[in-house]
Design a protein around this ligand. Structure first.
Ligand SMILES: *Cc1c(COP(=O)(O)O)cnc(C)c1O
Length: 228
């Protein structure tokens, strides 16, 4: 059986190949290890192998792991759907939020961010797959949302995030990621973050400018939702 360290090395090589194929510096693509449904012990093992950024989708699950891993210098990213009643705990316990899709959530995160913390890094999640997907704001809504979020004091808008409809077609994958890249350039070329690409489509995402790839299965193996 391969260990998490083996998987991390294999993944780092995949990211490096994809970056080089795109004429990009491998260090310009950062790895977010998505540990939903996986135990704190797996995150600890991955940390020992060199991973530093962890992505979680479910608040209660994430808080439990954070409590077990306070001795590690991890950066925590929230990447799941956000209900209003969860914003305070997210603002207090995470460094990044990739899945902000409406102003009300951004306002609450800004109001509830503890004043002794750095501004919370956020990405706006955009629906680049049209009717096929329900999560994310529409591209039409994006310019106004960007302007409103940039006016908030305790969040720092870093860029955009998308989860395109899954497809095995490389050209379709790249089209969806290219839409997100073009939107970023249109709304504010100074933003530095494109959070896009998962285990099955990271090469296409890197070809289109991903700066965070969010990887679960290729690191930890298949998820067992029954175990949560
Ligand atoms: C689960 C999840 C991932 C990781 O997906 P894999 O296909 O397992 O790599 C990435 N991003 C988000 C938002 C997720 O929910």
């Amino acid at each position: 059986m391969s260990t998490l360290a083996d998987n991390l090395n294999t993944l780092a090589a995949r990211i490096q190949r994809a970056a080089e194929a795109a004429g990009r510096a491998p260090a310009s693509v950062k790895l977010l290890a998505v540990s939903k449904t996986k135990p704190a012990s797996a995150v600890r093992e991955l940390y020992a192998a060199g991973a530093r950024d962890v992505g979680e989708n479910y608040l209660q699950e994430a808080l439990g792991k954070q409590a077990e891993l306070t001795d590690l210098a991890l950066t925590w990213h929230f990447i799941g759907p956000i209900q209003s009643n969860k914003t305070r705990a997210i603002a207090e316990n995470f460094d990044w939020v990739h899945s902000v899709d409406r102003l009300k959530i951004a306002q609450r995160l800004s109001e509830q961010r503890p004043t002794d913390c750095e501004p919370l890094n956020i990405c706006l999640q955009v629906n680049v797959s049209g009717e096929a997907s329900k999560s994310g704001c529409s591209p039409d809504e994006l310019p106004a949302l960007v302007a409103a979020v940039q006016a908030l004091p305790n969040v720092k808008l870093r860029g955009l995030m998308a989860i395109p409809e899954p497809t095995d077609d490389r050209a379709e994958q790249e089209q969806a990621f290219a839409r997100l890249r073009l939107l970023l350039e249109q709304v504010d070329p100074n933003l530095d973050t494109l959070s896009m690409g998962m285990s099955h489509d990271l090469e296409a995402a890197i070809a289109q400018g991903a700066t965070w790839v969010r990887i679960g299965t290729a690191l930890f193996g298949a998820r067992d939702y029954g175990a949560v």
